[in-house]
Design a protein around this ligand. Structure first.
Ligand SMILES: C[S@@+](CC[C@H](N)C(=O)[O-])C[C@H]1O[C@@H](n2cnc3c(N)ncnc32)[C@H](O)[C@@H]1O
Length: 290
């Protein structure tokens, strides 16, 4: 459960701006496993409103989509309630550190923009992250693929044009994101290797809406990005006042373009793709090893 975002409320407007990005990276990572993509059973951990499941489902055999928030799950199951795909996807309400599936149930797991909602901070040694990664290790078959879609601290600090208005909130959200080197260390510890990183530099998580300079003045737009939920009320009001002033002066678009420059080099998100280590004698087709 997120400690700072009210997803029961946010679920109502989440899809106004959020789009699944980097789907080609997810499919590419899955396709490198020994099992054919079309036969894979996938877990979407923290599926939200189901946008990633919807994009990936045509390419795999089955998806179990899990989320802890009933509002997000309702939207996802409505979106994917379609006779053509009935039976290909199942929804479950559960926490990602204690999932209702047998050992080695999945060939792939994707987790998109979820880990920073875990109750860890930088001082805690990331026990909640570790619990979740161990659970994923339990659920993946050897040679199964884990794809984590997250943000580096550099991306959080310099990859989103409005973030410059909320410096305190940005530092708070950085503390919720484990640094990528540390994430890789945790993955190694939980039986994942090799590990690779991919950055879709041109993709933005709020799609076309991201380029609407007046967007942050509307709550439904802000609901498409957890950073705004991190801001204190005075910080939020100050940011909105600055945007309104720039708008009145006719300088808002120019401000957005200036603040957006560094994103072109660093992107907004990083995909960390890892393989579940195989035991020595495992071959594709076996049900369990290790
Ligand atoms: C930013 S949204 C991402 C949704 C979706 N993966 C996407 O990218 O569109 C984060 C989601 O993670 C879910 N979530 C947060 N903590 C969770 C937990 N411990 N177990 C399961 N779901 C969780 C929230 O309810 C929310 O739907």
């Amino acid at each position: 459960m997120s400690t700072y975002e009210n997803y029961s409320e946010t679920s109502k407007s989440y899809d106004i701006t959020r789009v699944p990005i980097g789907v080609e990276i997810i499919l590419g990572c899955l396709a490198r496993a020994s099992m054919p993509l079309a036969k894979m059973k996938l877990l979407d951990a923290g599926c939200g409103t189901g946008a990633y499941s919807q994009a990936v489902l045509p390419h795999v055999a089955h998806i179990d989509a899990v989320d802890i928030n009933p509002g997000m799950l309702d939207i996802a199951s409505e979106k994917l309630c379609n006779p053509h795909i009935e039976g290909l996807i199942r929804f479950h309400r559960a926490a990602i550190d204690e999932l209702p599936f047998e050992n080695a149930s999945f060939d792939g797991i994707m987790i998109n923009q979820v880990l920073h909602h875990l109750p860890d901070s930088d001082v805690a040694g990331y026990p909640a992250y570790r619990r979740v990664l161990k659970e994923f290790s339990r659920l993946l078959r050897p040679d199964g693929r884990l794809i984590i879609n997250t943000c580096s601290h550099t991306q959080l600090r310099d990859g989103f044009w409005p973030y410059t208005l909320l410096p305190e909130a940005v530092e708070k959200i950085c503390k919720k994101h484990v640094p990528l080197d540390e994430l890789e260390r945790l993955l190694e510890e939980c039986s994942f290797s090799p590990i690779a990183r991919y950055v879709p530099v041109d993709a933005v998580i709020q799609g076309e809406a991201y380029f609407d300079a007046r967007g942050p003045l509307d709550k439904p737009w802000r609901d498409g990005d957890s950073l705004w939920a991190m801001a204190t009320e005075p910080e939020l009001q100050e940011a909105l006042a600055k945007l309104r002033k720039l708008d009145q002066q006719g300088e808002l678009k120019q401000f957005m373009e200036q603040q957006d420059r560094s994103r072109h080099d660093i992107g907004q998100v990083t995909f960390v793709c890892a393989s579940r280590r195989q035991s020595k004698n495992y071959r594709y087709g076996q049900t369990i090893a290790e």
